[in-house]
Design a protein around this ligand. Structure first.
Ligand code: A1D88
Length: 257
């Protein structure tokens, strides 16, 4: 495994740990490739009954796409990077066993899209969550436009996405974006306890229940529409302005082109 994503396996509960602390676990290329490797490894791990995804010792679960890395990319590189991120997130949703996201600190953009591809989300009381892509003149491109409405409802998802809202943990729990909020110091303890309860259940039944629930929420066409929409945003001047504004730590000025 790359050291940008660590996998602790070896028993019925495996942990996937994002490890890019300098950028609050932003989804840099090493992190995305580490997620692919972790998902490929776990997809074949017959002895793993539950997976926990968390941000380890970093200040945050995941601050989304690496906007610094992206600022240096050509449009074709952005296309390939976002496609690779989409596939990593989809690979986590396709894991056969239940997956818990244990979220602390920032969980924004692609970071929330990764958490939405997990089956259960537990938030620490310092967590802040949002699909903030429109703040940077892009759209959720890793499944957020499809998974968020199915979790919180269409109107709430639209308000969150259209305003790039950053919800605190209590609000996220209130709308069902997270299953529960726990004191930050107990986040992993709570996630591991829940994983333990799931691991006591019949593993084949847990996998088949996940498969049945997922099949009923089939996202196929929706994900394709999202990808088509994302491609339209890549060549815009506003997208470049968003990346400049992030780097210069200033408010962007969008002109709709
Ligand atoms: C398809 C998917 C699309 C997307 O995901 S779009 C991106 C969505 N993500 C966001 O909107 C979050 C952007 N980042 C922030 O809002 C803030 O940052 C945080 C809330 C995460 C942290 O804020 P604070 O505690 O004030 O620290 P700080 O000085 O802003 O950040 C510390 C260092 O971390 C880097 N960093 C944070 N997030 C990212 C990121 N997403 N990509 C690249 N770098 C990031 C900063 O630049 C800075 O670094 P330096 O100290 O060198 O200035």
């Amino acid at each position: 495994m790359s050291d940008a994503v660590l996998v602790r396996a070896g028993g019925p509960i495996a942990e996937v740990i994002l490890n890019n602390p300098e950028r609050h676990n932003a989804l840099s290329a090493p992190v995305v490739e580490g997620l692919h490797r972790a998902a490929a490894h776990l997809a074949l791990a017959q002895d793993v009954r539950v997976v926990i995804v968390h941000g380890g010792e970093s200040p945050a679960f995941c601050s989304g796409a690496d906007l610094k890395e992206r600022a240096a990319m050509t449009d074709p590189e952005v296309f390939a990077t976002v496609h690779r991120l989409r596939e990593a997130v989809n690979a986590f949703e396709r894991l056969p066993m239940p997956v818990i996201a244990a979220i602390h600190g920032a969980c924004f953009g692609g970071g929330l899209e990764l958490a939405l591809a997990c089956d259960i989300r537990i938030a620490a009381d310092d967590a802040r969550l949002g699909l903030t892509e429109l703040q940077w003149a892009v759209i959720p491109g890793a499944g957020g436009t499809q998974r968020l409405p199915r979790v919180v409802g269409v109107a709430r998802a639209k308000e969150m996405i259209f305003t790039a809202a950053r919800l605190d943990a209590a609000e996220a729990e209130r709308i069902g974006l997270v299953n529960r909020v726990v004191p930050k110091g107990r986040l992993l303890e709570e996630a591991r306890a829940l994983a333990g309860r799931i691991a006591e259940m019949a593993p084949l039944a847990a996998r088949l229940a996940k498969r049945a629930i997922g099949a009923g929420l089939e996202l196929g066409d929706g994900l394709a529409h999202e990808w088509e929409a994302y491609q339209a945003i890549i060549p815009t001047e506003d997208r470049r302005e968003g990346l400049r504004a992030f780097a210069e730590k200033r408010k962007p000025e969008y002109r709709g082109r």
